[in-house]
Design a protein around this ligand. Sequence first.
Ligand code: MOS
Length: 714
Amino acid sequence: MATASRRIGGPGERVDAGLKVTGQARYAADVALPDLAHAAYLGSAIASGRVLAIDTTRAEQVGGVLLILTHHNRGPLGDLPNGDGTALAPDPRPPLADARVHYHGQFVAMVVAESPEQAAHAAALIGVTYEPAPCLVDIDDAEAIRLEDNPRRGDCAAALRAAPVALDVLYSTPVQHPCPLEPHATVAHWVGHDLVVHDSTQWVLGDRALLARAFGLADDRVRICAPFVGGSFGSKVCTAAHTLLAAVAARRLGRPVKSVLRREQVLATIGPRAATRQRIQLGAERDGRLVALRHHTRSHCAVNSGFPDRDPFHEPTSGVTRMLYACPNYEAVHDVVPLHLMKPGWMRAPGEATGLWALEGAMDELACRLGVDPLELRLRNHTAHNAHTGKPYAGEHLRECYERGAERFGWARRDPRPRSMREGDAFVGWGLATATHPGNSDDASVRVRLDRDSRGAYASVATAGVDLGTGLYTALAVVVADALELPLERVHVELGDSRLPPAPVTGGSNLTASLAPAARAACLQLRRRLLGFRRDPDELAAWGELLARAGLGPIEAVGAAEPRGVPGQYAYQSFGAQFVEVRVVPELGQVRVTRVVGVFDVGQVVNATATRNQLIGGILFGLGQALLERLVHDPARGVPVGADLAGYVIPAHADVPDIDVSWLDTPDPAFNALGCRGAGEIGITGVAAAIASAVHHATGIRVRDLPITPERLL
Ligand code: MOS
């Protein structure tokens, strides 16, 4: 056996990087099949009302057109699962179900043709007569429905009345969109009575369950492949309309159908992050210790959500406000406002990115009010257990994140007075915020097969889990190479196929935390089996030799992640501290972020390169959330305005300063066998609040509405 190489936590190349930079990584829309037909969609020109008539005569005459589907001829589909944990439909109604229209851009017709151009041209020639109804797209101008789940502890109202210091502030976030670089795409084809779908998805088993139900098939008659996905950020959890319709059309035509959304269709038909209005009321002692926290959220939902209270998803803003700080009295109330918009969905730290924007902003305001350093205020309210459930964290190192971050940033040199730090014609501001994200994991399994060739032993690793660009290929290769003491290049990883051992949705920063321990468990099983073939316990024999000696062909084991510790004993949570420097030229109102320092505790890091990528990527999302991202809908007609990457602005390289991310290397052994929590989303969570606090420090202007655009500072 080779000597142990402790690769876990070290740097290392992304094992899939070569395939990606040479164009060999095959994404859903790259799939070429003989006889492939192409889909295009016509979206509704109204946001509310119904389709009275559809005239497809001219479209049918376009050369190459094979099929036009509308609600008149789409054909029957089974009920879609939603909220039962097996799959998610973005809309409780299947696409092209009936004449009703609930948002602008909702598909009213699908055209399939020999070429994408023919399909798009024909779709544009379809004539639709609508009966429009009034549309509501303004969250501040529509009636709300109160959700039933209102977490509380203590007596918040009484404590707020009695508190020596009180703060009552309203924070808002606009509709934002996950907007991944790779548009949503599906290639569907039927092989006999079996359905094979290449999809850009976060969840091959979710797709499989939904499509099996829709077509009345057993699960094993549907296969979903997603070996590479070009970003998703929450928007590819649901099995969307274009995926379902591609399968419908492929069956109808007996040909494979490719269905790729145009950018404006991504922005109009794929669920955004809901707009929020968040009222935060804080009651504190004069030294800053919180005695009461009330969090009232208003977020939008879709008019077609059925009963909003039974909807499996609303932007979960209070998840973080209830647990972060020691505070005996707490109450959260959540109202949802049905609007004529696509039903909101998950996006980049749903709940945390929005909830912390409000809470951490309010904490900065409280610090200013009391004349307490904002870092000191956090330390005074720090708690080593989940403030809501009372459960202790098994691994919790937030104080160390604050301390290290402050040191790396130079926080002690901060002059607390707004507009006190200047450089040239710019005011310089420093702000900070706490970052946090739950340590999530789920049932998962990984198969590891050990075999040998002329060069010795090699391992093949397989699971249905999907790498969204997050580094899962690398993480699993590293874990298996480490556990089997193999060179990294002798480990091959196969992902994103529903026929491989089951894995949960890639979401909630859960996948590495779920799959890495499962992969390790499989390797340990293989080791135990092979080590029995040593001549004596001290023999150093290579795996290949042991396989040969045992007369074994390839051997394999399927590992499952087993949570350690007593179930329910601990709370699992990642934390971080984020420090930001901005420069604001007052005459321009433009904010430039010039420095970011983030120190995180995400448990054991599996691969330093991928983790660094993840945390920096998260911080960029935070920068976008703070300064740029906003999807506007025309209030009169509900049309998404500027629904492309020129109108929906995300950070570019020129917006991004040097970002200093580091982590504590503190395994959380009670969480899983590797002690690793996810690192995918925590990077986002405190950034917007830290930027707003820095902007206040620079300018004296408190911005509570995102994004922080120049006109808010003039
Ligand atoms: Mo995500 S927003 O964790 O799918």
